[in-house]
Design a protein around this ligand. Structure first.
Ligand code: PLP
Length: 360
């Protein structure tokens, strides 16, 4: 095994984060204390939403949000096959059935038209609005231009609930952690109760009003989040700078399609995912990079082709755009401390890898 010289990701932590976490260790409050509340308040203010409920990770945040908008046994939930598996798993854990909608090839997202087409084809179109939960676990800090409001808004403001995640590779990290955000007080209240074993705020330790879980965020994680959030503009700007370097370094490679933002979006960079032209053996390119000490990953493998979703009847060919894209994508090393020299190194090794693996 070649030693990895350039890893896929790495958190960006400063002395301020260390101090903030040590501060918690000097108090008796390691859970259910003031830091979680502080993190929630700052987070909600940053996104411009009313309620933020901190949880133990993004996956359990999705579980709570789905339950709070009414997903239960038998509920069909329209979702994307081109995502991290937690999106679909949270639907399954809530008792629902993921119903995949193919993505659109430029943004790699499910579109409103795509969803409308599936509803018209498979369901009785209804006048009532369906609740929307956004898996925003990869897009903290991104903005959309709202035609309605004529302003840039966070995608949290476009859904009934949105769920963020703070694993160490995300834009901001708490180690493990997540956040449900919503403008709806009832959704927020239900998430607060269910993250805490079904207890209502201020009620006794053994008073449970319904089903609940232990999905609480601890105080150390929240402290890390508070400190990271204070640096959020710097953290996002550093990511954007690395993305810009990649963009320039890869521009001369016609075999590589670089990520592009739609005109109505401002990207908050999470990963840097390229697409190879058809006819290049993607997995061999990844192996070539690995041999050069550069970590890279297919991103994402299609969710509907994982064993537990195939078991529901999904097959190759069901979602051609997602499958075509998924067969050609590579996530390159992407983190704030990546230097310009390292980006150039990745770009030249990638170039070699591509020319060595063009199918005859
Ligand atoms: C990171 C991520 C999650 C949640 O991840 P956790 O590890 O549970 O915090 C969910 N969905 C997507 C798309 C993600 O990238």
């Amino acid at each position: 095994m070649t030693e990895t010289r350039i890893p896929l990701s790495r958190p960006d932590l400063s002395a301020a984060e260390v101090e903030e976490v040590l501060g918690v260790l000097r108090t008796p409050f390691l859970s259910m204390g003031p830091k979680v509340t502080e993190f929630e308040q700052h987070f909600a203010a940053f996104l411009g939403v009313q309620h933020a409920v901190a949880v133990a990770n993004g996956t359990c945040g999705l579980h709570l949000a789905l339950r709070a908008v009414g997903v239960g046994p038998g509920t069909e939930v329209l979702t994307t096959p081109f995502t991290f598996v937690a999106t679909a798993n949270a639907i399954l854990v809530a008792g629902g059935r993921p119903v995949f909608v193919d993505i659109e090839a430029q943004t790699l997202n499910v579109t409103p038209d795509g969803v409308a087409t599936v509803i018209a084809r498979d369901y009785v179109p209804r006048e009532v609005g369906l609740p929307i939960v956004h898996d925003t676990c990869e897009s903290f800090g991104s903005l959309f231009r709202s035609a309605e409001k004529g302003a840039w808004i966070s995608e949290a403001q476009l859904a009934d609930a949105a769920v963020y995640a703070f694993y160490p590779n995300k834009q901001i990290t708490t180690g493990e952690g997540g956040m449900v955000v919503t403008a709806d007080a009832a959704i927020a209240e239900r998430c607060r109760m269910e993250r805490n074993q079904g207890r209502r705020h201020g009620s006794d330790w053994l008073d449970h009003e319904g089903l609940g879980f232990n999905y609480r965020m601890d105080e150390l994680s929240a402290a890390l989040g508070v400190a990271q959030l204070r640096r959020v503009e710097e953290l996002l700007a550093r990511r954007a700078r690395v993305a810009q370097w990649y963009d320039e370094a890869l521009a001369p490679l016609p075999e590589v399609e670089r990520p592009r933002a739609a005109p109505w979006a401002q990207v908050a960079w999470f990963v840097y995912v390229i697409r190879l032209r058809r006819g290049i053996t993607r997995d061999a390119v990844i192996a070539h990079l690995a041999a050069g000490g550069i970590a890279a990953k297919p991103y994402f493998p299609p969710v509907h082709l994982m064993p537990h979703l195939r078991a529901l009847g999904y097959r190759e060919g069901d979602f051609p755009v997602a499958e075509d894209v998924a067969g050609r994508t590579i996530a390159l090393p992407f983190f704030n401390a990546l230097t310009h020299d390292q980006v150039m190194d990745v770009a030249s090794t990638l170039r070699e890898a591509i020319y060595a693996n063009v199918e005859a």
